[in-house]
Design a protein around this ligand. Structure first.
Ligand code: SAM
Length: 236
């Protein structure tokens, strides 16, 4: 078993334990009072979806984004939720049944090996992509599956620039119990994600949220030829 396999096994075990109470405990994520719902809303708006569109939610967990996505794609649209952890998907299934949504399909898969359906209008990933060691490949695979003008949006946590290593470790210890905190800080997956999105998408926007503790990255597939336009940056 490789180190990556071991990390993945630990991650699945962690989310199996969390699944039952995830919808409640995640409200405290990464800290009580954190504006997670506002950030999710911004991420969904950044997808630029309309009625009848198809969206893939990568590492969808229990489907906390689904109500927001349902509002924009409507009953004629389609949501594909993908996640590695069976127990998280079981919760997402409960959510679908409770709400009577017949336009959601769930796929248990590793994002790294997921075969994106061709021609999707948008791809979303919230609070998950920095946990995926192959995040750059996932972004590249997804970008190729997007329809012309389709959007890829990633919302996730990061360490604010200029934070001393010891403070970053302390701050992230509570939210990354399944993996080496040092590894996450050292690897700086948000930089990997930004570089991959710049490489694969046009019109990339990168916005730092909540004092640099999160980022919202959104890019679109050009209508024909690919080309990276000068990026916009913002801090909020
Ligand atoms: C913090 S939860 C976020 C869930 C959801 N996106 C949300 O915003 O509430 C992280 C999720 O990522 C999933 N995950 C982590 N690595 C993954 C991978 N390589 N492929 C698919 N899902 C993965 C976990 O199973 C878990 O459900």
């Amino acid at each position: 078993m490789t180190q990556t396999d071991r990390t993945r096994e630990r991650l699945i075990e962690t989310y199996r334990k969390k699944a039952k109470h995830y919808d409640i405990t995640s409200r405290l994520y990464p800290a009580p009072g954190y504006p997670q719902r506002t950030q999710r809303l911004r991420a969904v708006l950044a997808l630029g979806l309309g009625p009848g569109d198809t969206v893939v939610d990568i590492a969808c967990g229990t489907g906390l984004n689904f109500p927001l996505l349902e509002k924009v794609v409507g009953p004629g649209g389609r949501i594909v939720g993908v996640d590695l952890t069976d127990a998280m998907l079981a919760r997402a299934q409960d959510r679908m049944e409770t709400n009577g949504w017949s336009n959601v399909s769930l796929v248990q898969a590793d994002a790294a090996g997921f075969d994106f359906p061709a021609g999707v209008n948008a791809i979303l990933s919230t609070y998950a992509m920095t946990q995926v060691p192959e995040c750059a490949e996932v972004i590249a695979h997804g970008a190729k599956a997007l329809s012309g003008g389709g959007r890829w949006v990633v919302l996730d946590l990061k360490v604010p620039g200029g934070t001393p290593g010891w403070l970053a470790q302390l701050g992230t210890a509570t939210v990354r119990p399944f993996a080496s905190i040092d590894e996450w800080i050292m690897r700086r997956p948000w930089d990997v994600i930004r570089a991959a999105m710049q490489e694969e998408l046009a019109y990339l926007s990168w916005t730092e949220l909540c004092f640099g503790t999160a980022f919202l990255a959104a890019g679109s597939r050009g209508p024909g030829t690919f080309g990276v336009r000068p990026r916009e940056s913002g801090h909020q």
